[in-house]
Design a protein around this ligand. Sequence first.
Ligand code: TUI
Length: 313
Amino acid sequence: MLGERICEMLKIEYPIFQGAMAWISPASLVAAVSEGGGLGIIGTGHAPADWLREQVREVKARTGKPFGVNVMLLSPHVEDIMKVIVEERVPLVTTGAGNPGKYVNLLKSVGCRIFPVVSSVALARRLERLGVDGLVAEGMESGGHVGDITTMTLVPQVVDAVKVPVVAGGGIADGRGLVAALALGASGVQIGTRFIVARECPAHPDYKQAIIKAGDRDTLITGNSTGHPVRVLKNRFARELQEMEKQGASRETIERFGEGKYPAAAIHGDLDNGSIMAGQSAGLVKEEQPAAEIIRDIMLDANRIVGQMSKWI
Ligand code: TUI
């Protein structure tokens, strides 16, 4: 069975993690993904711990299936967020934008599985030594905060470097991507951008339309000069930010310019002045669908492709 290792470990039906997205992956989306047989993951971003506690309780009320929480390690609330995760006995944690090494023992002590997101082999090796349960190897095709290696090259190198299961993220949106990731040695996939257009995702309707309309060359990376590169859809905000970087604006100026710009686009639908985070797979996303239907389509496609492949040899 496709992705058996990760499905057995996590007691999920399909090897699909929903990529956590700040502001737009609350309980509604997470419960729908988990009910659909994947693994829904609450995106915390910079949200306070009280908000997370409410979301966790809402997910538990809506589904008895496993789910996760993503901790964005640049958040000022990380310590309090970890406390809620421990108190609420969240089944699985992913982390982003940093090294979660100092939290590994705490999470393991309460039986919480930990799958840090990594964008390099070095961090993958270091975290395996600390005892993580698995890793998400995320290539630079992803939306939001990105590393600098492609999924195609990162995933097999991480797979070769560690024994724990590896979930591939970045540029994956359909059954073809899932099969490709498994061929690279991954045990499953993380999909973010396609779930922006899930019916249960509270992203602004104009944000969803922008994803659907996007083509292959419609994203760019902002923030290279600040050390926090972020992939977004091209728009006025992204071009202005790039121009400021070209002119050598200070890190503080750039960070101030970017403040609040993600919810402006994602929640309020300001597609000119907001930061429209999206992965390169936006070009593969065609329509709004219920989350369970997205998962079903991906699995049907993947199984069909695997069936065809076995006939080649
Ligand atoms: O974290 C993400 N994606 C994100 S976080 C985010 S919120 C944000 N907004 C503005 C600026 C920065 C963040 C939006 N999208 N993906 C996981 C990910 N983690 N990609 C790359 C990394 C990463 C980078 C460096 C993980 C570890 C790391 O380690 C550095 C170290 O300390 O060794």
